[in-house]
Write a protein that binds this ligand. Structure first.
Ligand SMILES: NC(=O)c1ccc[n+]([C@@H]2O[C@H](COP(=O)([O-])OP(=O)(O)OC[C@H]3O[C@@H](n4cnc5c(N)ncnc54)[C@H](OP(=O)(O)O)[C@@H]3O)[C@@H](O)[C@H]2O)c1
Length: 327
């Protein structure tokens, strides 16, 4: 049995914890869960009944930092699900470093550490023989990273072009189909829980840029930083600009591009019949491979579907460790 801990017990952490505690993946035993208030730990495994919405009222809650749980040497796999911080990647970066240094495998959805310190973290993983998997950082449940690494590993990825942010795509879609202003579409998205109360990172294109850096570095060995991306968001897109695009069989989408010219994020005119022209909260990514040519993949880029990406990465770790007889 691989002993697993989850650090970050919010939207994703709760859903994943309950699935693992109910035995969603054989050979995984969930032994610990941490939030910002502290952690719970049971050597013989947590059961679904041990996992209420709020950990604070549990008598077994230890009000200590998650690093103490990681450092206990009772875990084989860390699932890191604390909030994305684009300034310094913390607290996730420290959690992931700590685990990899001890040879603990890591699965994460946290974009901060992967976008800011990919090379360093991969170096640590290589040194200690640990695995670091991060499918869930980009495109929710859409298997973008495993698609390239498992199905198309022998082909060369030449460029990436896509819609990587569901919030801005929802807003632009409402502006296109309902002729709403950006402000009104944003307010609607916030009421529906699609946009954060502070939507700056989404609207200004920074979330798309983070995801583009992660894809370019992990799939194209691009060695890029967030500061290398030319970023323009959608804040200046008007209803009139969308109406004019619509009149010529096009619309405006926030597009991230990684190719030989570098990385950039900007609102672009897109033909309505282009495969990446998806609407609502959907994401769409077009890969251009040297031999295969263009391949477009579409799906929900966030929310519940992200749990599927986490489960698949965890399953990959279990498979690899059972092959190397570490289970
Ligand atoms: N939600 C999605 O659809 C989605 C999709 C792709 C990627 N992601 C990424 O996945 C990560 C998790 O997302 P989420 O939506 O589950 O976030 P969330 O609901 O905000 O939950 C974050 C959790 O992290 C905990 N936390 C904060 N600081 C901590 C610390 N120092 N030590 C331990 N725990 C700490 C919080 O504790 P408290 O409960 O005590 O506040 C909370 O339980 C984020 O990085 C996000 O960007 C999310």
């Amino acid at each position: 049995m691989l002993r697993c801990i989850i650090v970050g017990y919010g939207f994703l952490g709760k859903r994943l914890a309950r699935l693992l505690a109910s035995g969603a993946i054989g050979d995984i035993k969930l032994v610990g869960v941490a939030s910002s208030k502290g952690y719970i730990y049971k050597e013989y495994g947590l059961m679904p009944g041990d996992l209420p919405d709020d950990l604070r009222f549990l008598s077994i809650l230890k009000p200590s930092p998650a690093s103490e749980l990681i450092d206990k040497r009772i875990t084989d796999l860390l699932v890191e699900l604390t909030p994305t911080n684009i300034r310094d990647g913390e607290p996730g970066l420290t959690h992931i470093r700590l685990a990899l240094e001890q040879g603990i495998d890591v699965v994460t959805a946290n974009k901060g550490p992967i976008a800011l310190a990919y090379e360093e973290l991969m170096g640590l993983a290589e040194k200690s023989g640990a695995m670091l998997l991060h499918e869930a950082t980009v495109g929710g449940g859409i298997p973008l990273i495993s698609l390239k690494n498992r199905c198309l590993a022998a082909d060369e990825l030449l460029s990436i072009k896509g819609i990587l942010n569901g919030t801005t795509n929802y807003i632009l879609s409402r502006m296109h189909f309902e002729e709403m202003t950006l402000e009104l579409a944003l307010r609607e998205a916030q009421m529906l829980g699609i946009a954060e109360r502070d939507p700056t990172l989404d609207l200004e294109g920074v979330d798309t840029a983070l995801k583009l850096v992660i894809l370019a570095n992990s799939l194209m060995n691009a060695g890029k930083r967030l500061s290398d991306v030319k970023i323009m968001g959608i804040t200046r897109i008007t209803s009139e600009a969308i109406a004019a695009a619509k009149g010529s069989g096009m619309t405006i989408k926030l597009i991230g591009i990684a190719d030989e010219e570098g990385l950039r994020v900007a609102p672009k005119l897109v033909r309505l019949n282009d495969p990446i022209c998806v609407h609502g909260t959907l994401n769409a990514v077009s890969f251009n491979f040297r031999i295969l040519g263009r391949l477009t993949i579409i799906g929900e880029g966030a929310g519940e579907s992200t749990v599927s990406a986490l489960l698949n990465d965890i399953y990959e770790v279990v498979k690899a460790r059972s092959r190397s007889n570490r289970i």
